[in-house]
Design a protein around this ligand. Structure first.
Ligand SMILES: Nc1ncnc2c1ncn2[C@@H]1O[C@H](COP(=O)(O)OP(=O)(O)OP(=O)(O)O)[C@@H](O)[C@H]1O
Ligand SMILES: [Mg+2]
Length: 254
């Protein structure tokens, strides 16, 4: 389980996160929502070691993540997607997904020096797993394409396949359906449900409220870096603080 306590992050003097606390229970989908600039991506970056938190504690299965570099966080079984796609444009779709298995491939480098046939077998296994992941997202037919040649929706799915391929215990998704049409969104929604059913813990940052409210076990609401509400989708939907955060900002009474 992921447990955050008193998490803060400052950029210069400005707080982007302030005293954020919540837990993401194992096997559940926790949605993290909030207006633009609320600090959602910053929080994902702090959890994954991309940015150092300025304060607080982030524990995964009791282990402190604060201070760990991204590769060490990944090795604990935590994977993510990025809000702005981060694929290698010239690599093939398959090779992009294989980068999601670098921790495992790295171990086989040592084996390469010891027993070559084992390495070939291992490589074949990893490629098979990458192909399986692509297949789940309907992309097996494009495995050899350069990532740059894919349409936007396909690129989003390659990122998801890359995040899932290592069978991480915790997957952090930063706006996986942003810019996708209704049919594409529904497919991603189905895949997120399947991942949860398979036992993965999910933290979903998303502005698509229809998806969030239909899929989340728990919703956490950030506003200006602070956690202003937490609860089931129904509880959060009715919370006046949440309504104000989304609607009240520009009202004359603000
Ligand atoms: N690297 C950075 N340096 C300085 N300020 C930053 C940096 N990254 C984010 N911020 C600021 O921190 C705040 C939170 O940004 P963040 O990207 O986490 O918001 P968000 O909730 O993900 O928003 P959105 O829904 O638009 O993606 C914003 O005010 C942003 O300008
Ligand atoms: Mg963001």
């Amino acid at each position: 389980m992921l447990r955050l306590e008193g998490v803060g992050k400052r950029f210069g003097g400005l707080p982007a996160l302030d005293d954020v606390a919540f837990t993401a229970p194992p096997g559940e989908l926790t949605a993290l929502i909030g207006p633009n600039g609320a600090g959602k991506s910053t929080l994902i970056n702090c959890i994954t070691g991309v940015l150092p938190a300025s304060a607080g504690s982030i524990r995964f299965d009791g282990r402190e993540l604060c201070g760990l570099p991204p590769h060490a966080v990944a090795r604990l079984g935590i994977a993510r997607t990025f809000q702005n796609l981060r694929l290698f444009p010239r690599l093939s779709v398959l090779d992009n997904v294989l980068t999601g298995l670098t921790a495992e491939a790295g171990r086989s480098m040592l084996m390469a020096m010891l027993r070559l046939p084992y390495l070939r077998h291992r490589e074949r296994q990893l490629r098979l797993r990458a192909l399986e992941a692509l297949d789940r997202f309907g992309l097996a037919g494009k495995a050899d394409w350069p990532a740059a040649a894919l349409a936007y929706g396909d690129r989003k799915r390659v990122e998801l396949a890359r995040a899932c391929v290592g069978r991480p215990r915790l997957i952090l998704l930063d706006e996986p359906v942003a810019g996708l049409n209704e049919a594409e969104t529904a497919l991603i929604g189905q895949e997120l449900r399947r991942l949860r059913a398979a036992g993965h813990t999910l933290l979903l940052v998303e502005h698509d409220m229809e998806l969030v409210m239909s899929i989340a076990d728990q919703v956490v609401v950030l506003d200006s870096g602070r956690c202003i509400a937490r609860g089931t989708p129904d509880e959060v939907r009715k919370n006046p603080l949440v309504l104000e955060a989304y609607l009240g900002r520009t009202s004359v009474t603000a």
